[in-house]
Design a binder for this molecule. Structure first.
Ligand code: C5P
Length: 241
């Protein structure tokens, strides 16, 4: 976690990671400026990173003082993931995602390459329903797979886990209190689901044990993203872990 610039520490802000999902740096910077004062974390994902590269991350950081969640969802052989993690080390992300399905050796390689970053294991994408999982050969209830993947990841050195709000209680039980649990698939009660299948409200996700909730379109798609972030932040108790 980075200290604030003398005014306020990011850990005093609501534990929300705003997904800056756009390929356009000017738009992402505008969102970062608007939401930065209200939330603990800004999430840069594949859309922006592939379009604009690491330089965009530096610019986002300059626009808003918040934790950096670099959501690259790495998934490859251990040597390649280790190299990719080293390649983003100059950005010093607070969180870097890897797919837990890449296995223990891959997660270990990422954790060794970036010891100061919370390697964050993505279990099962929140857009996948039980039927989707069945289709790709993951049988049984999604939560079983999520808990199994979370345990493997934490055993291999992941310090944060991404899961849906519906699995957060079970994952907390499996990995203990020291692992940061991050839940996308979060929607304020009045919002639509977009393409998310396993969803809950931000209040519910935090009450069930999430440390940070990821929210994209309900904030960035609002007429006033700053106001939308502030409203959701006001509905949440607590601080980022
Ligand atoms: O717009 P929305 O709130 O659905 O954005 C959710 C964000 O969380 C997206 O950036 C997506 O890539 C990310 N995410 C997810 N499910 C995961 C991991 C990350 O939706 N399991």
């Amino acid at each position: 976690m980075r200290a604030g610039c003398g005014v306020e520490d990011v850990s005093d802000r609501a534990p929300i990671a705003v997904a800056l999902d756009t390929g356009d740096l000017a738009t992402a910077t505008r969102w970062a400026l608007a939401v930065g004062p209200h939330v603990s974390t800004l999430k840069v994902g594949l859309e922006l990173f592939c379009a604009e590269g690491p330089g965009a991350v530096e610019k986002i950081r300059a626009a808003a003082d918040a934790d950096l969640f670099l959501d690259l969802k790495l998934h490859d052989i251990p040597a390649t993931v280790s190299g990719a993690a080293r390649s983003v080390s100059m950005l010093a992300p607070d969180y870097l995602t890897v797919h837990a399905g890449g296995g223990a050796a891959m997660i270990e390689a990422a954790a060794e390459a970036l010891p100061s970053t919370r390697i964050t294991a993505v279990t099962i994408l929140t857009s996948l329903s039980a039927a989707d999982l069945d289709q790709i050969g993951i049988a049984g209830p999604p939560e079983q797979a999520v808990v199994r993947l979370a345990e493997i990841a934490v055993g291999a050195g992941a310090r944060a886990v991404v899961c849906s709000p519906q699995e957060v209680t079970m994952v907390r039980g499996a990995v203990g209190p020291d692992i940061t649990l991050i839940t996308p698939g979060v929607r304020p009660a009045a919002a639509g689901h977009d393409d998310q299948a396993r969803v809950a409200t931000p209040e519910r996700a935090i009450a069930d044990g999430a440390d940070v909730v990821v929210i994209g379109r309900p904030i960035t798609g609002a007429a006033d993203p700053g106001e939308a972030a502030a409203a959701i932040a006001a509905s949440l108790p607590g601080r980022a872990r």
